[in-house]
Each structure stands twice: as C-alpha cells, then as structure tokens.
Design a protein around this ligand. Structure first.
Ligand code: ADP
Length: 248
C-alpha cells in the first residue's frame, strides 16, 4: 500500500497487447513534490506507462495509486484528469489563431469550445492567474500575440502554462525539448525546475543533456520494467543501461 506522502505508486503493474507484455511487473514510486526523468529505448514502455497513469490504458494486474490512496484503476480517463493529473504530449497543441492569454483563459475555464468561452468576461481572479502563469512561462511580452506567431519552444511553454492553468498536482510531460534550440532547451529545464517547486512532475526524455540540466532522479525503463534507477551518473554508468540504450 502507498504512503500518504506518495504522489504516484505503481506496484507490479503489467499490461499486454495481443499477448505481448508492453509493461511487465513495473513498480515506481514518485514522492510528493518530486520531479523524475524517465528514459529508455524506443519500445521500453514509457508511453504505455503514461497511458496507464492517465487511465487511457487499464493495467491487467498491479496497483496504481495517486496522491496517497486514490486507486487510479477504479477511475476512467476523464475522472483522472479531474483528480489532478495533467499530460502534455510531445507536439504542442495550442489554439494557433488565438492570443497567448486567450489560450490560457481557455485552459483556465477548462472548456473545449472556444467561442462561448471567449465571449464571456474574464474575472479579476482569472486575470491574476493568467498574469502569474505568464510570469512562470516568461511569455508576458507575448501576451497579446497570436499563438501561431510564437516559436516552437514558446508554444511548448504556452502549453505547459495551459496545463498549469488546470491546477494539476502531477504533470506528465512527454519529450518537451524535441526540436528545440539549445537556448530553448535550457529555458525549458529552468521552467520545469520552477514548476517542480510546487508540483510533482514526470518527464519522459531522450535528450541526456536536458536530463542532466533537470538534475533529478532518473528511471530507465526496458522491456516494460525498471532497468535502473538513481542519479543520471549512476544510471548512465550502469552496464545494463549502456548495453540497451546509451551504447546503441
Ligand atoms: P516507448 O514509449 O518507450 O517507445 P511504448 O509504450 O510506446 O514504448 O511501447 C511499448 C511496447 O508496447 C512496444 O513494443 C509497442 O510496440 C507495444 N505497444 C504499445 N501500444 C500498443 C498497442 N496499442 N498495441 C500493440 N502493441 C503496443
């Protein structure tokens, strides 16, 4: 059973697709307030693990607890989002033809339909929250610009801001720096480290320079289980990791 100070607790989780075990007896514990980097070669099970946490895929066996004692296997995907797990996929999906602040407003209101939302007046509370998020993602000066005019990196940060607007306890972030410049990558590490001061975060990432900048505990998955776990130096010196991943 998980402890109350655990944000995420996976124990003995397995899931098979047509007899193939994509996740195989996986166990992972994320403390409240912790940021963790998940690495592993293609096919290691990283996406499937995220799908299990968000309720997109139901495990065949094993326990998945969130925020202490909430049993995620008893909830569906929509419920789990409401419980406070936000997921960002690799490609940015912002509303291109709307301004930066309207994107944040839409996320704050949690609406899928754009137009009725934007015609409503925003409250002072919403204004304040938009201002706070813009400061965190450092896009204050782009507030009134259309999202389509942002750089790739800025769109990723805006989408991270949209996740924050939904006030999650746990953020799942999938390869945020793919396609970014070195400067954008460094800024993304800064942003996620800031966010991790007040949230739990799981980052799936291939870019080891970025993982080093995050400066967090690393879990390397392979064939659906944890192969190695510890500091990046520890994991990257692990011969099994070198063999399956870093040495390829
Ligand atoms: P990663 O994200 O680490 O690249 P995935 O979680 O996407 O790995 O995939 C793990 C394994 O499970 C892969 O071998 C993949 O082909 C398989 N897999 C994932 N989803 C499905 C599915 N819906 N049906 C069949 N096989 C799947």
């Amino acid at each position: 059973m998980p402890r109350t100070d655990t944000m995420l607790y996976l124990d003995g989780v397995s899931v098979a697709f047509d007899g193939f075990r994509a996740i195989n007896n996986l166990s992972l514990v994320l403390d409240k307030g912790e940021m963790r980097a998940i690495i592993g070669p293609n096919g290691a099970g990283k996406t499937t693990m995220m799908d299990i946490i968000t309720g997109k895929t139901r495990p065949d066996t094993g326990e998945v607890f969130f925020d202490g004692t909430i049993d995620l296997t008893r909830h569906d995907e929509a419920d789990i989002a409401m419980l406070g797990i936000g997921r960002k996929f690799q490609k940015p999906t912002v509303f291109e033809s709307h301004t930066v602040e309207d994107n944040l407003l839409l996320a704050l209101k949690g609406k899928r339909s754009i137009f009725p939302t934007l015609f409503h007046r925003r409250s002072t509370l919403e204004e304040d929250r938009i201002g706070e998020i813009l400061a965190v993602i450092r896009l204050e000066e782009r507030r009134h610009d259309l999202a389509e005019n942002l750089s790739h990196g800025q769109k990723q940060w805006l989408e991270i801001g949209m996740l924050l607007a939904q006030d999650p306890k746990l953020l799942l972030v999938d390869e945020p720096v793919a396609g970014m410049t070195d400067a954008e990558t460094a800024e993304t590490a800064r942003l996620l480290r800031d966010i991790a001061k007040t949230h739990s975060v799981i980052v799936v990432e291939h870019d080891m320079h970025f993982v080093r900048e995050l400066d967090v505990k690393v879990t390397c998955l392979h064939e659906g289980s944890v192969l190695s776990e510890g500091s990046l130096d520890f994991v990257s010196a692990d011969e099994r990791v070198v063999e399956v991943y870093l040495g390829r």
